[in-house]
Write a protein that binds this ligand. Structure first.
Ligand SMILES: *Cc1c(COP(=O)(O)O)cnc(C)c1O
Length: 459
């Protein structure tokens, strides 16, 4: 960095940030009142800000720092790769060792049959690739009319025009005239908000069957694919009832609709298996990945493609007119390789499955004993709590999002990063969090809930 960081005060950083930096998903006016939080370093599960304050990062950055902060091996492989070959494209009948090696490693760790990877730099690009790839695939298969992609309300698939169209965020669609044509949405399997009076398993089935109704309404011959996150992340860690995915799978099989499992959050150990598809027994045809693929140390994403589909693309598809300058970037691939090796060789995914995941879930469930909490749910290293009006089963306090905002502000002031999605509070800590750190996390959450309850009862 050219600025001398030592000579910059927090106020200096904040003023310069406010003067020049437009942030993603941010209300700038609201942020620049208190000022941007300037994060200067991180280690393990902790962040440190420009005042030296230690913050427990219960969101693993943005759902991505699976191996935790401070793993210098990743910096070393990036440096060594940048010295050997900092960049070369993968367009000109070319590749380089890291892009080749990572492809093989991904074929090994992803579920059976997903043996090919198309590289991108983010989850959004991965999902844009999905849109173009499934339509191209059907067109090669002499079914060019199969263009419609079915997704869910409140899904998150990214923020580019294509991926935000796949997503089901109404507020995102309202800005910029989305979705693009031939993307349609069915309801999500969010039991607490939308099915509370029904049996959860019945509700899960009913929500899955909306896919069949939608396919029949559109005409199966026009439907290219269904896309879903195994567990919706940004939508509020929405854990589907156990009946949901088997029924979705049945319907996709029956109508020959490609099944796309967006594993950008669930992949690389988040749910206690390597992929959410394993947790829910989903046989995906395409699988977008990003985030945990590099634990966020460098940007990289990809789409894993099932053997039969890759075969059509490779042997009958000719040229696919799609790709990114940085597809398969050598430094990003080198970092991803090392990250996946760490997850595998240090038994991190196994530990989430058998030890720290169950421990977190046990402690998390106890939060239901707090008067503010209507439901505490989770899986692996994911969790959500529903904030409610004390003394009720599922009534909210005031306008949607108000209580969530209060709770988030208490988290901020108490040095824990927990995200508010309307009135759900969600966590996704680094997979390396240990039992005593989980205790600390729960203790801070409990304290923030107490403070939120005080606000609510005094208003
Ligand atoms: C974050 C996310 C994306 C988008 O990834 P970016 O790297 O932010 O573009 C896509 N799908 C899911 C499920 C995500 O959580």
């Amino acid at each position: 960095m050219s600025l001398n960081a030592e000579s910059m005060s927090t106020a200096d950083w904040q003023a310069m940030d406010a003067a020049h930096h437009l942030h993603p998903f941010t209300d700038h006016k609201a942020m620049h009142g208190p000022g941007t939080r300037v994060i200067t370093r991180a280690e393990g599960i902790y962040l440190y800000d420009s005042d030296g304050v230690e913050i427990l990062d219960a969101m693993a950055g943005l759902w991505c720092v699976n191996i935790g902060y401070g793993r210098s091996e990743l910096a070393e492989v990036a440096m060594s790769q940048m010295q050997d070959l900092p960049y070369y494209n993968t367009f000109f009948q070319s590749a380089h060792p890291p892009s080749i090696e990572l492809g093989k490693l991904l074929a090994d760790v992803t579920p059976e049959g997903l043996n090919h990877v198309f590289y991108c730099n983010s989850g959004s690009e991965a999902n844009d690739t999905v849109i173009r790839m499934v339509r191209h695939y059907w067109s090669v298969k002499d079914a060019p009319e199969r263009t419609v992609i079915i997704s869910r309300e409140n899904a998150y698939h990214g923020s580019s025009v294509g991926s935000a169209s796949l997503g089901g965020m109404a507020h995102m669609h309202r800005q910029g005239g989305l979705p693009i044509p031939d993307v349609v949405h069915i309801d999500q399997p969010f039991w607490f908000d939308e099915g509370f009076d029904q049996d959860p398993e019945e509700f899960g089935l009913a929500r899955a069957r909306q896919l069949e109704q939608k396919i029949l309404e559109i005409g199966p011959e026009k439907v290219a694919a269904f896309i879903g996150e195994p567990v919706q992340g940004a939508g509020g860690v929405i854990i589907p009832p156990s009946t949901y995915w088997p029924e979705i799978q049945r319907i996709c099989n029956e109508y020959g609709v490609l099944l796309v499992a967006d594993e950008v959050i669930c992949g690389f150990g988040r749910t206690g298996n390597w992929f959410g598809s394993e947790t829910y027994n989903i046989k995906a045809d395409l699988m977008p990945i990003a985030k945990g693929l590099s634990s966020g140390y460098l940007p990289i994403g990809g789409v894993m493609v099932r053997e039969e589909i890759a075969d059509v693309l490779i042997n009958q598809g000719g040229e696919f007119f799609h790709g990114y300058t940085y597809s398969g970037h050598p430094a990003s691939c080198a970092v991803a390789i090392r990250n996946v090796e760490i997850l595998r060789d240090e038994g991190i995914v196994d530990r989430v499955a058998t030890d720290t995941g169950p421990y977190l879930q046990e402690k998390w469930k106890e939060l239901e004993g707090h008067p503010m909490v209507g439901e505490a749910r989770g899986i692996g290293m994911l969790g959500a709590i529903e904030l409610i009006k004390p003394g009720t089963r599922n009534e909210r306090v005031g306008e949607p999002g108000v209580t969530g905002g209060l709770c988030r502000d208490h988290c901020y002031a108490n040095n824990i990063v927990m995200r508010a999605v309307r009135d759900s509070m969600v966590i996704s800590p680094p997979l390396i969090i240990d039992r005593s750190q989980i205790d600390e996390l729960i203790e801070r959450v409990w304290r923030c809930l107490d403070l939120t309850q005080k606000d609510v009862s005094s208003s």
